[in-house]
Design a binder for this molecule. Structure first.
Ligand SMILES: *Cc1c(COP(=O)(O)O)cnc(C)c1O
Length: 339
């Protein structure tokens, strides 16, 4: 039995999801004629209280499209130094949109409204790039699955309104934050101009992300998606997985969070572990004691059929998910204690 904790993207479609996919009604979505895609988009737009939602193959493409919609070449995006859009999208912000990132030294991937204010270049100071967008991430990936304090988001929104900046949320794991903090999609829709959400992380779909926003900004989103190569045909077969996941896989995310918290607690009690970041959702980030070689530790776990990730700078990552069973959880905890 392989226990794969590298990411929550490793899940395979459940039998119920496969049934939903194989019985989906299909059409050509480039002609807007796929009823299942339309249903998924309508549902997400309503959930977030926005005019429109658009289906994308990946979260990266949804974020890249959003950044393109909010900016012009030469401009600048404010984000945390841990941001996925900066670290893990292949340099797409500069390649696709020709913009730079102003990186903020935040706390576990989260920044404050004061930091945003200080990072905005004065619009009349033509030597500096024009700041036009603030992009946040919830939960934070590199920040260890941390959830935002919604009050801080409200404050940043006020700054964006005042300075006429776009406000984008990379909500790849927003579903985890919503369940953990008992928040609603609608609440997020009220504050952000655009939100990307992944169906392929904790919700367990094989592929798929959705970008939501109002008509003013989303009108151009279809063209942007086309330019990025993301217009798809009978893609209802994937949208059906998304609809199924929204019905069946949201509430259970708290089980993943519980397991991650168990793992965090066990790691904290181990001699070879130097520290464990506070576990809020399904991501556990920890560091080993100086004298323990992290490569050796990872290889040792691998020899026991357990896979985890190396995040660099001595940080290791474990991510719990739908396909990580109770039985696997028992084996993992026993293994961590015994090695
Ligand atoms: C996974 C992830 C994405 C999107 O990744 P894709 O693999 O392109 O779907 C975006 N942002 C964050 C924070 C993520 O964790």
């Amino acid at each position: 039995m392989l226990i794969d904790l590298r990411s929550d993207t490793v899940t395979k479609p459940s039998p119920g999801m496969i049934d939903a996919m194989s019985s989906a009604r299909l059409g050509d979505d480039v002609y807007f004629e796929d009823p299942t895609v339309n249903q998924l988009q309508d549902r997400l737009a309503k959930m977030f209280g926005k005019d429109k939602a658009l289906f994308f193959p990946t979260g990266t493409m949804a974020n890249q499209a959003a950044i393109k919609l909010h900016t012009q070449p030469g401009e600048q995006v404010i984000c945390d130094k841990y941001a996925h859009i900066y670290n893990y999208e292949g340099g797409g912000v500069s390649f696709n949109s020709g913009v730079s990132c102003k990186l903020i030294e935040g706390n576990r991937g989260m920044i404050s409204s004061e930091q945003v204010i200080n990072a905005i270049n004065p619009p009349d100071f033509y030597h500096s790039p024009l700041t036009t967008l603030v992009a946040l991430e919830n939960t934070t990936n590199k920040g260890g699955g941390a959830c935002w304090d919604f009050e801080e988001i409200k404050k940043i929104k006020l700054v964006c309104n005042d300075k006429k900046l776009g406000f984008h949320l990379d909500g790849a794991r927003l579903w985890n934050a919503l369940e953990e903090k008992s928040e609603t999609p609608d609440q997020y829709g009220q504050y952000f101009d655009t939100i990307s959400v992944c169906l392929s992380k904790g919700l367990g779909c094989p592929i798929g992300s959705v970008l939501v926003g109002n008509n003013d900004i989303m009108e151009k989103a279809i063209r942007t998606r086309k330019m990025l190569g993301g217009s798809m045909r009978q893609v209802g077969v994937l949208a059906a997985a998304g609809l199924y996941a929204l019905d069946h896989h949201r509430k259970r995310l708290v089980d993943d969070h519980q397991k991650a918290k168990d793992i965090g607690r066990v790691l904290e009690g181990l001699k070879y572990v130097f520290n464990v970041q506070t576990v809020e959702t399904n991501i556990v980030i920890f560091e080993l004691e100086k004298h323990v070689d992290s490569n050796y530790f990872i290889e040792n776990l691998k020899s026991k059929n357990i896979l985890i990730s190396d995040m660099g700078s001595g940080k290791l990552r474990i991510v719990t998910h739908m396909d990580y069973s109770e039985k696997m959880h028992e084996i993992l905890l026993e293994t961590l204690v015994s090695i």
